[in-house]
Write a protein that binds this ligand. Structure first.
Ligand SMILES: [Fe+2]
Length: 295
């Protein structure tokens, strides 16, 4: 029996957050996975919608795909995950890197989460350790730990594709920031170097694009292009130069608009906190007051 090594991939662009979600599936058996699904959230009104998730679900029905698992590349800080919503719709599992426990501990402290909030990753059905292997139907897959942008970032190798989350962007965009709690420019350099040892033809599926007004968003590159032309970290870039560049750049960046909201939801595998006493669901913003604030 021949083994299919090339998944069919469809990308779903979420214009409000510049994020990509993916379907990757074995075209012969129609079994596949969802990667990094996005929930619609308006921070001004608190309105949550599922337009993007429903668009993916409609495509899954149209293609008649079986989806046993949703894969998160990391605890995103720029968009809310639709993993829980899609898990309920599809009856599947949600998986992420085991490093999410570190992000949960950070979030529990940052948001003073309820005493029962679990920081052992048990909100997810599956926690991947570095190097673990799995299959999407006949397609061989593995998990590469790629910390740096966040401590829990992983890259999923699915056939000839690397779903890198925010570890690498398209060559013109470079790399993601490394200033969130537990992030490290040094770790990101080492993670990207690890990816650069994969075959040059590996397709790179990125987590974001931010096209100019006139341009279309793009999602796919390959390792040869990244090594030659990644504007922040090419094959020729020295470790100390990248770290200095990344840290200087990160000092100039404001937090993502949805940072607080996204973290509180994403460390719960895409669920919201329980209802408050008044029957509403709430997300919190920790304040940073001047030192001598009067009471
Ligand atoms: Fe991210």
């Amino acid at each position: 029996m021949s083994v299919t090594q090339v998944p069919a991939v469809e990308a779903f662009y979420h214009a409000l957050t510049g994020a990509y979600a993916y379907l990757a599936y074995d075209p012969r058996t129609r079994e596949g996975v969802i990667i990094d699904p996005v929930l619609d959230f308006d921070r001004r009104s608190g309105v949550v919608e599922t337009v993007a998730a429903e668009q993916m679900l409609a495509r899954i029905r149209e293609l008649q795909l079986q989806i046993p698992m949703i894969l998160e590349t990391h605890a995103h800080a720029d968009h809310l995950s639709a993993a829980a919503y899609m898990k309920d719709a599809l009856g599947c599992q949600v998986a992420t890197g085991a490093g999410v426990c570190q992000v949960q501990i950070t979030a529990a402290h940052m948001f003073d989460l309820e005493p029962g909030f679990a920081t052992d990753g048990s909100q997810f059905e599956r926690l991947w350790n570095a190097g673990e292997c799995f299959r999407v139907s006949a397609i061989a897959c593995s998990v590469v730990a790629t910390p740096g942008h966040t401590p829990d970032s992983v890259t999923y190798l699915i056939g000839d594709c690397a779903f890198v989350g925010d570890t690498l962007f398209l060559p013109y965009l470079g790399t993601a920031r490394c200033d969130f709690p537990g992030a490290s420019a040094a770790d990101l350099y080492d993670s990207i170097r690890k990816l650069y040892r994969l075959p040059d033809a590996t397709r790179v599926m990125v987590g974001h694009d931010y096209p100019q007004a006139s341009g279309d968003a793009a999602y796919c590159s390959d390792l040869s292009s990244e090594k030659q032309a990644n504007t922040h970290l090419s094959a020729a870039t020295k470790r100390e130069d990248f770290i200095a560049f990344r840290e200087d750049r990160d000092r100039t960046l404001p937090l993502p608009e949805l940072f607080f909201f996204a973290l509180q939801v994403n460390v719960r595998a895409g669920r919201f906190p329980a209802e408050a006493a008044n029957g509403t669901r709430q997300l919190h913003v920790p304040l940073h007051l001047p030192e001598q604030w009067p009471g």
